[in-house]
Design a protein around this ligand. Structure first.
Ligand SMILES: C[S@@+](CC[C@H](N)C(=O)[O-])C[C@H]1O[C@@H](n2cnc3c(N)ncnc32)[C@H](O)[C@@H]1O
Ligand code: SF4
Length: 285
């Protein structure tokens, strides 16, 4: 039987995150961080299955004490290494700058003013200017989580576009179950549509946003989602490989002996997973 081919790895380097966005939907929340030997082992084994890229996410990857080494070891193994970060200043920005030259891409996360209110975040769009400046290259994009979008948000985004010309990624804020209790499904869908209309009138259609809204609509309507076709695996901070970040029932420990791990990776690859609205946003698949 031919070995399955893995495109790459989405890596959650830490279960903790001091930023504490109230809407955060990362799959692994706790106190553990990924250690270098476990990460190196995952890189080595997944390379045998053809993996060529890694995306370091989290938690907040730049808070990891070995962030630079995680990037270095990825590159040493021949991977294209990207990062998703909410860094803006201080030690986080220093860590990001130190690794910038080695990174194939940096996605800088920001929130619309409405999303900042819901999540009690300070991840402003304006604040990303310091990050794009510090990077010293344009292998970067601005990822905005959108909720109750206003003209002020759109102006801030347009300014970043004008100054840095980086790619934009927009996704609707996915409310947590707790936050959803305070709003009807109809009201939430109405807000998504309003945000989408404003985006379309100012920037043209965002395909990613449209498909994320479609996914959310289908989830709210109880329609079964499509099968996941991703060839990327997820590595948790505890060194567990999963096909889907949220499917903790189906995971493989990268520290097990080579044969067992290879068998586990084959089984993960062959497993049938449905795309939900959450993973569609987190994975971008
Ligand atoms: C879990 S974070 C980890 C990386 C890093 N801490 C950051 O925030 O960029 C990965 C991405 O998920 C997005 N995200 C988290 N919760 C979300 C939600 N409820 N709705 C939409 N996007 C969300 C973040 O904005 C970020 O772009
Ligand atoms: S979205 Fe990112 S920055 Fe915010 S709490 Fe989650 S992991 Fe931390």
């Amino acid at each position: 039987m031919r070995a399955p081919v893995i495109d790459g790895l989405l890596v959650a380097v830490d279960e903790r995150c001091e930023l504490g966005c109230k809407f955060c939907l990362r799959a692994d929340v706790g106190r553990e961080a990924l250690d270098l030997p476990t990460y190196a082992r995952a890189l080595s084994r997944c390379k045998e299955f053809g993996a060529t890229s890694v995306c370091l996410s989290g938690g907040e990857p730049t808070d990891h004490p070995d962030f630079l080494d995680l990037v270095r070891v990825s590159v040493q193994f021949g991977y294209a290494c990207s990062v998703v970060t909410a860094a803006r200043e201080g030690d986080r920005l220093k860590a990001l700058s130190a690794a910038a030259g080695l990174l194939s891409h940096v996605t800088v996360s920001a929130d619309s003013l409405g999303a900042q209110r819901v999540g009690a975040t300070a991840r402003t769009v304006e604040g990303t200017a310091a990050v794009f400046e510090a990077l010293g290259h344009r292998r970067a994009s601005l990822h905005v989580t959108v909720w109750e979008l206003t003209d002020d948000d759109v102006e801030a985004m347009a300014e970043i576009d004008e100054r840095f010309g980086v790619e934009f990624e927009l996704s609707p804020l996915l409310l947590t179950d707790h936050q959803l209790k305070k709003a009807t499904a109809g009201a939430v869908r109405h807000q998504y549509t309003k945000d989408l209309d404003l985006l379309m009138s100012r920037f043209g259609l965002s395909a990613r946003f449209r498909s994320a809204v479609d996914n959310l609509d289908r989830a709210v309507a109880g329609v079964l989602d499509r099968s996941c076709t991703s060839d990327r695996l997820y590595l948790s901070p505890r060194g567990m490989l999963r096909r889907c970040p949220y499917d903790k029932a189906d995971e493989v420990d990268v520290r097990q002996p080579r044969d067992g791990l290879a068998q586990g990776i084959r089984a993960l690859h062959a497993s049938h997973v449905l795309v939900g609205s959450r993973c569609a946003l987190v994975c971008g698949e």
